[in-house]
Write a protein that binds this ligand. Structure first.
Ligand code: MLT
Length: 323
């Protein structure tokens, strides 16, 4: 009888221990896949936000750069991983809202096959060019590109990326559907070539170009938002600069594969929220020009709604665009 009581006690202890272990998320580092090269906007946001999230989670968020196919290679890897909360991804307007319209055989479904966590940062879009581009303002840039579309090289981060998507919209507004385009594994490496003058221009997210604009190593013609960015107060909006129809806002946000445990989702949402409330983290993002997401956008449902809103907006335009 005594033996039986002891056996039962051990069994209960074991059950409680394994139950407690199963709940102790995260018990090991969490991989956050960045689907572009290091040093670009997605990588920058992931590292700034991931840094503080690691502190809250008590486990390191390890950034893994898996570039290719406009970001869809890395996002496919994340969305087909075991949904245990240990593989998540930092995606964006391109990979989550634009890619389904540009890749008919896409292996992930942002609207029905992902567990959204939340928006990590808004990233206004700038039209930037190499320092000696022969146009002093946006009107001259537009005139130059329209007059000789074959003369200039546009850099982007692959079909479906933010740079590709937003420059595709720009070309639609200009009525110049195709330019010479050079695809990179991210706009980080593209920016290096812009600074050295090997490519002519691109449409990029503010967080990776703001420092170069301030250092005067590249030119910024306009920001495609309704308001100027406080990080770059001297850069006019497209409306002010004479191209009011070119308006587009990009963003970066976190998601993982569908089926993640609720506890992991809740802890990641909480960690993201704490990162975005942390003053030094906020300052790092704001200094680069990012927009801090609202409370609603930081929730899985709020972020899901944003992905859908932009997919609905982009799909008809991108489906018809030359690839
Ligand atoms: C990057 O991190 O390189 C960008 O987000 C690429 C892009 O989508 O333009």
């Amino acid at each position: 009888m005594k033996k039986l009581t002891l056996g039962l006690g051990v069994a209960i202890t074991l059950a409680l221990t394994s139950g407690a272990m199963a709940q102790a998320y995260p018990a090991r580092p969490v991989t956050m896949i960045v689907p572009f090269a290091a040093g670009g906007p997605t990588d920058i946001i992931a590292r700034i936000v991931g840094d503080h999230m690691s502190k809250t989670l008590g486990q390191q968020i390890v950034i893994e750069n898996v570039a290719g196919a406009g970001g869809t290679t890395g996002i496919t890897r994340a969305m087909t991983a075991t949904p245990d909360g240990y593989t998540i991804a930092m995606g964006h307007l391109g990979t989550f809202s634009a890619a389904p319209a540009t890749y008919p055989g896409l292996k992930y479904d942002p609207l029905n096959g992902m567990q959204t966590i939340g928006l990590a940062g808004g990233t206004p879009i700038l039209i930037v060019a190499k320092k000696n581009f022969p146009a002093k303002d946006l009107k001259e840039f537009v005139a130059a590109v329209k007059a000789a579309p074959d003369k200039f090289n546009e850099a982007h981060a692959g079909v479906g990326s933010v740079s590709w998507t937003t420059c595709t919209l720009l070309k639609g507004v200009l009525g110049v559907p195709k330019l010479n385009a050079v695809a990179y594994r991210g706009t980080g490496p593209a920016l290096n070539d812009l600074v050295s003058g090997q490519i002519d221009f691109m449409c990029d997210q503010i967080v990776s170009v703001s420092e170069q604009i301030k250092a005067d190593t590249i030119k910024a013609y306009a920001v495609a938002s309704a308001e100027r960015s406080p990080a770059l107060p001297n850069v006019p909006t497209t409306k002010e600069a004479g191209l009011p129809d070119y308006q587009i806002e990009a963003w970066n946000g976190i998601a993982g594969p569908k089926g993640m445990p609720k506890e992991a989702v809740d802890k990641l949402v909480d960690a993201l929220n704490k990162a975005l409330n942390d003053e030094p983290t906020k300052k790092r993002l704001l200094d680069l020009g990012a927009v801090i997401p609202s409370a609603e956008e930081r929730t899985p449902a709020g972020f899901q709604a944003l992905i859908k809103r932009d997919a609905d907006k982009l799909t008809p335009v991108l489906a018809a665009a030359p690839k």
